[in-house]
Design a protein. Structure first.
Length: 234
């Protein structure tokens, strides 16, 4: 997948990592970048094409796909973090996480798959998380949504292979964005992660594991479960 000359659509591109991705795409010579957001009037990045898109609304997804028939790179980035825990968190918040992180990318990819096919195949980039592999009490709903998105990504990679569409997953920990504003743990520069991610897309990588914490957790998946959750044996 060559970024230069491509036509990209980035969901959740009005702020945070989505905005950084959109900027990086422009810097690499993308011919057009649709900056999709529920409120397109909040998009303030020069050079992009604001596009109304709520990934949790099927009608909005269909309208965006009908408008953006030239897309060759779909970036499923839109996200939310409610902090909902499984036992005492709001079920509405849990459902919102799943709608945003799983059903949303499923809907957008289903809508844009024919578009990508008609434009030569192209690529899909799914912004996942280190929390696709591990969970924590304050991130129960978030990690469940991202874990579902991981299996969605694996399935889409197989389903889209025959039409020549590559699918790349990004795994990353905390980034210095509004979503992690209250986090005191180390955070990556989102611009650096955007550059690494697009490098992976251009190389045809199945996944980009973008920071040390994500690499550590991924390596730990081969070990005993107690190694991932030591509190279970304390």
């Amino acid at each position: 997948m060559e970024i230069k000359g491509s036509v990209a659509l980035v969901t959740g591109a009005n702020r945070g990592f989505g905005r950084e991705l959109a900027a990086a795409l422009l810097e690499r010579g993308a011919a057009k970048v649709y900056a999709a957001a529920r409120r397109p009037e909040t998009v303030d990045l020069p050079g992009v094409v604001p596009l109304a898109l709520d990934v949790t609304d099927p009608a909005s997804v269909a309208a965006a796909a009908a408008q953006a028939q030239d897309v060759t790179l779909l970036v499923n980035n839109a996200g939310v973090s409610t902090g909902a825990a499984f036992l005492d968190g709001s079920l509405d918040d849990v459902r919102l996480e799943m709608e945003t992180h799983y059903f949303g990318p499923l809907a957008t990819t289903r809508a844009f798959a024919p578009v990508l096919a008609s434009n030569g195949g192209g690529a899909v980039l799914n912004v996942l998380s280190v929390m696709s592999w591990v969970t924590a009490p304050h991130l129960n709903a978030y990690s469940a949504g991202k874990a579902a998105a991981l299996q969605l990504t694996n399935g889409l990679r197989l389903a889209l292979h025959d039409q020549g569409t590559q699918v790349t997953a990004l795994h990353v920990g905390y980034m210095d964005t509004d979503m992690a504003a209250d986090v005191t743990d180390p955070k990556s520069n989102p611009a650096d992660i955007a550059a690494l991610t697009l490098d992976g897309v251009e190389k045809g990588a199945f996944e980009v594991v973008a920071d040390d914490f994500s690499r550590y957790v991924r390596a730990g998946l081969a070990g005993e479960l107690a190694g991932m959750y030591p509190q279970l044996v304390s």
